[in-house]
Design a protein around this ligand. Structure first.
Ligand SMILES: [Fe+2]
Length: 434
């Protein structure tokens, strides 16, 4: 389970190839442009991944001289809000690419020389390298969301996702009782996924698949966006202020609903999980459907708990890393896959597509697990605990398999929907059955 140096180098290569794909796809002028105040210009993300790699692998782990200490402040995500980043004296694309290559050469040299020993927490299991791999992949997903927000001709392409299976529908009963949430053993798990701890989750029902466009359309057609009773007070207020009438990137055209995906306008596919909805929309749909969103613990139990052994798996299908047969991850496709497309990725209890396709909103706010310890820095998670966030789980088609697990926790503001966010519903057991 612990990756060796060759595997680490291969994962560093993989994230860099993806960064190059996303940034080579547009010209220099566009790299410096901001497509939404929610997003950085792509050229900022580009140099920022290099800067984090320099800080952690070259300077901290390697103990080497700084490469470009002068630019640290420009690429500190806590110093400049995304909307202010285009005005900074950023490295131009050619400089940024040179900088990344320089840093990478040094990082690989450090990898070659260090011993990945348990005595040093940053090196145990190659953690610092894993953190940098995941960091770059997370920015790649953010850059993919920026691509989805840009206007103009399409520049990205990918083969279509595998076909679905309409038989995968309905709900699964998750029996009550304790399960192990979080992890102590996953070498690259981040601090907020730790430690492993027992959580008692009463029996509940969870959808076997994420809510589809077809199901969501029924909510729209039933006037769901115009009925305050389905919405929370805050949700309704936001629905009105933002003028929400459909998921982001949807448009009504001749012949029905369409969406714009990476520059292409296509008819909405009924069998695909709905994507680009905010938490408030997910919550409103769930109450219209007579259901609710799962809590984070419910989601994780549905995804990881193996009733036969009583242990929690790394992924719904087992402990092995995601392959193309398990889940729609890694930008292999540019859309969620239809429901039922990944039978090999189902959980022991028959819940499908928990990993990949769309990030799934849960009803939970972002709090530390009991026994949480900051590692290696407070700005990774601790400063966000207790804020106005909801937890999302499972990763999307834009999440790389190296940057997500059954324990992985993502969080965002409940109004955000430029991310690849969808959801599935859950329900309490009828009292006579519970
Ligand atoms: Fe970052």
């Amino acid at each position: 389970m612990t990756p060796d140096k060759n595997q680490i180098a291969a994962l560093l290569d993989r994230s860099r190839a993806r960064t190059a794909l996303l940034t080579d796809a547009v010209d220099d002028d566009e790299l410096g442009r901001q497509h939404s105040p929610l997003m950085s210009p792509l050229v900022w993300d580009l140099a920022h991944v290099g800067n984090q790699e320099e800080l952690w692998l070259v300077r901290d782990v390697g103990g080497r001289e700084p490469v470009r200490e002068d630019i640290d402040h420009l690429y500190d995500a806590f110093k400049h809000a995304r909307k202010d980043r285009p005005a900074l004296p950023l490295l131009d694309p050619a400089e940024a690419r040179r900088y990344l290559a320089q840093v990478r050469a040094k990082a690989l040299d450090v990898l070659d020389r260090v011993r990945l020993v348990d005595e040093q927490p940053l090196l145990a299991g190659g953690f610092a390298f894993g953190m940098i791999v995941q960091h770059e992949q997370q920015h790649d997903e953010t850059m993919l969301a920026t691509h989805q927000l840009r206007t103009g001709a399409p520049v990205l392409s990918a083969p279509p996702a595998p076909p679905g299976d309409r038989r995968i529908r309905g709900e699964v009963l998750i029996p009550g009782g304790a399960f192990t949430m979080g992890t102590d053993t996953d070498p690259w798990a981040l601090d907020n996924e730790r430690p492993a701890h027992a959580v008692d989750v009463p029996a509940f029902l969870i959808d076997r698949a994420p809510v589809t466009n077809g199901e969501y359309l029924a909510f729209i057609d039933a006037g769901g966006y115009d009925e305050p009773r389905w919405w929370s007070t805050r949700g309704w207020e936001h629905r009105n202020n933002a003028g929400l009438t459909a998921p982001l990137h949807w448009l009504q055209a001749e012949g029905g609903w369409h969406y714009r995906r990476f520059g292409r306008v296509e008819a909405v596919q009924a069998d695909e999980p709905v994507v680009h909805v905010c938490f408030f929309e997910a919550e409103a749909y769930a109450s219209w459907a007579g259901k609710r969103l799962p809590t984070e613990a419910e989601w994780e139990k549905a995804a990881r708990w193996d009733p036969e052994t009583g242990r929690s798996r790394r992924f719904p299908w087992g402990d092995e890393a995601p392959g193309p047969e398990h889940a729609n991850l890694g930008q292999r496709h540019l859309t969620p896959a239809a429901v039922g497309a990944y039978p090999a990725g189902a959980s022991p209890l028959g819940v499908h597509q928990l990993m990949g396709d769309v990030w799934e909103w849960t009803s939970s706010e972002f709090h530390p697990h009991p026994g949480f310890r900051v590692f290696p820095y407070a700005e990774y998670s601790e400063v966000f605990f207790g804020g106005d966030y909801r937890v999302l789980r499972g990763g999307s088609f834009g999440t790389d398999g190296s940057a997500v697990r059954g324990t992985f926790r993502n969080w965002d503001h409940p109004i955000r929907r430029q991310i690849f966010s969808g959801f599935r519903c859950a329900r309490d057991l009828a009292p006579e059955l519970a």
